[in-house]
Design a protein around this ligand. Structure first.
Ligand code: ZN
Length: 101
């Protein structure tokens, strides 16, 4: 069964070793000292695989995955489909938020 996942454009990356599309959502964020590895080639992933560059003392996201599945320097301005993913440019739907009155 194929289900489409919604992923945030800022979480997308491309493996620096094998060009497989990645999402930070699949990475173990609670294991800060754990290495992140590509599920496809098992290569160790660095900031490069997620479009970050060091600018001065700060890490900045300077590249995004575009509609063609390749890096672009311009953050996409509208959502698009990429394989089984729907890439959204905004946060996920507010289904997880508490409703406050
Ligand atoms: Zn890889």
């Amino acid at each position: 069964m194929t289900t489409q996942r919604t992923v945030l454009v800022d979480s997308l990356g491309i493996c620096e070793h094998c060009d497989t599309l990645l999402t930070l959502t699949d990475m173990p964020v609670d294991a800060m000292n754990a290495e992140w590895r590509c599920a496809e080639c098992n290569g160790v992933l660095t900031y490069k695989s997620f479009g970050y560059e060091k600018v001065g003392d700060e890490w900045k996201k300077t590249q995004w995955v575009g509609e063609d599945g390749k890096w672009t320097r311009d953050r996409p301005i509208s959502g698009f489909e990429l394989g089984n993913w729907f890439v959204t440019i905004t946060a996920p739907p507010p289904i997880f938020r508490h409703i406050t009155t």
